[in-house]
Design a protein around this ligand. Structure first.
Ligand code: HEM
Length: 465
């Protein structure tokens, strides 16, 4: 009863706030008619059984910039135009959606650089070892199982979540900090994450500092390096509390994204046996070339494959931004408004919600060719991929976002994928069962969903070495 009363109060407050907002500045941008005032297009955009079923149709019909309706009649600008995206991710006139910032605060606290995702045991093992210099076991069963629970809780999307997100958008920070103390499953898990991370991170950091004091050799992991007193530039040395604050972020950040990217990679290999065979041949030839690890960056097919997977399956296909101060978004390709005017820039007012349509941008025919929706790693080798905009940090794609909020682990993620793909493809072959088509679905991140509706990747795997 108490929850229902609280929820009703919240809804009324949110509706009041929504209607208090200044009028939208983009009603003249073309877009599909809204099917509902309550949900706008959000059910089609976020809950489609296959990600992109609606979004890619709108992209084809309206072009790289169009207007959608969010919940409660809110106007949203969908942006896939390369110049506009470059401007949005780099300009201080845009900030991250407040809902996302508040969730990151609940999980990681205010000292953390923010956010993340998480899963797959391979990644769960590699990350703590190379970054903190400890094994997954050292983190303790409670920490690992709590992390898995957080990942599961965040990996769901329903009408309730869509509405909660829309309402959360208008709620102040103090509200988020208060609800964190509610005894719900989600908030319990968030509180436990913060407490355990602080305790375990503290132990790891103190162990390293003791080892340094005793003059023991400095390990190669990232935490040891950040704590190292011998860092020549003292401004680059982090305070121990800052490092502790990143324990949860390091374990959770990137795992789900890396795991999903690997899964989509194995899926495409299963669907393209010829390419799988060629890639395996390349892996064998580089392995045979010398001792130790192959020079991963010199393997053309491997890197073309990784780029193509990250282009087609961005872990975060949509990222919301809010206009922090009135500004004008430049466009690479001009658009026609509902009044028939041709415009090559869009003025947006403070408070306007803008969606960075990462997946749509990565399927623009003008950038990637007429077969932009197809898996074709050879496009990266033929040189006909549009180069030169540097929209994101890697391969001109936005999978790792761009600008000041670029993924801090992007180079690490590429190395992880190079190593894991080479190890696994060298030893196993993959085929897709005829009757079990896997589809990508947006569940906070882009995930492979089996025909049963559950998360999974039903593949036939055969050991070959
Ligand atoms: C394929 C794998 C990965 C993908 C696709 C990915 C993608 C992203 C994206 C899109 C963001 C921006 C989120 C936002 O601002 O809304 C982000 C942020 C971040 N990622 Fe990754 N990531 C990956 C792997 C990793 C790994 C392996 C790590 C850590 C070792 C990592 C650490 C981080 C951190 C710390 C941030 C927060 C940056 C900030 O807000 O300043 N990521 N990542």
């Amino acid at each position: 009863m108490i929850y229902i009363t609280a929820l009703t109060g919240l809804l009324v407050a949110a509706l009041y706030l929504i209607h208090r907002r200044p009028q939208n500045s983009i009603p003249n941008i073309m877009g599909p008619p809204s099917p509902s005032w309550l949900f706008g297009h959000m059910r089609q955009l976020l809950l489609a059984s296959r990600f992109g079923d609606y979004e890619f149709r709108w992209l084809k019909h309206y072009g790289a910039v169009y207007r959608l309706k969010g919940c409660f009649g809110q106007d949203r600008l969908m942006v896939a135009d390369p110049l506009a995206l470059q401007y949005i991710v780099n300009s201080p006139s845009f900030c991250r959606s407040p809902t996302k910032d508040n969730i990151a605060y609940l999980l990681f606290g205010e000292r953390s650089v923010i956010t993340a995702t998480g899963r797959v045991e391979y990644c769960l093992r590699i990350l703590p070892e190379s970054i903190m210099g400890v094994s997954t076991q050292d983190l303790g069963d409670e920490f690992v199982s709590n992390t898995i629970q957080i990942v599961k809780l965040s990996a769901c999307q329903s009408e309730g979540h869509v509405l909660a997100d829309a309402i959360g958008f208008h709620l102040p920070k103090w509200f988020w900090r208060t609800v964190m103390h509610l005894p719900t499953t989600t908030f319990n898990a968030a509180r436990t994450t913060r407490q355990l991370a602080k305790r375990i991170g503290g132990l790891i950091v103190r162990d390293k500092m003791d080892a340094a004091k005793q003059g023991l050799e400095i390990s190669d992991d990232l935490f040891s390096r950040l704590l190292n007193d011998e860092v020549p530039d003292k401004t680059k040395k982090l305070h121990e509390d800052d490092i502790i604050a990143h324990t949860a972020l390091i374990v959770i950040a990137g795992q789900e994204n890396t795991a999903n990217a690997l899964s989509f990679g194995f899926l495409e290999l299963a669907r393209h046996p010829d390419f799988q065979h060629k890639l395996r041949t390349e892996i064998y030839s580089f392995r045979g070339a010398g001792q130790g690890n192959p020079a991963y960056d010199n393997m053309p097919l491997l890197n073309a494959f990784i780029k193509e997977i990250l282009r087609l399956y961005p872990g975060l296909p949509l990222s919301d931004r809010v206009v922090a101060q009135d500004t004008v978004i430049p466009l690479m390709e001009s658009i026609t408004t509902t009044t028939g005017e041709r415009i090559s820039q869009i003025p947006v007012a403070k408070g306007q919600l803008v969606t960075v349509a990462i997946a749509s941008y990565q399927r623009l025919a003008s950038q990637w060719g007429e077969d932009a929706h197809e898996f074709n790693p050879y496009r990266w080798l033929k040189g006909d991929v549009h180069q030169g905009d540097a929209v994101g940090p890697y391969a001109n794609i936005l999978t790792f976002l761009g600008g000041p909020r670029t993924c801090l682990g992007w180079r690490f993620a590429i190395s992880e994928m190079q190593i894991i793909f080479c190890e696994v493809i060298g030893k196993f072959s993959f085929a897709e069962p005829d009757n079990d088509p896997v589809r990508p679905r947006f569940l906070t991140s882009l995930q492979p969903i089996a025909s049963t509706g559950g998360k999974g990747l039903p593949l036939s795997v055969t050991r070959i070495q």
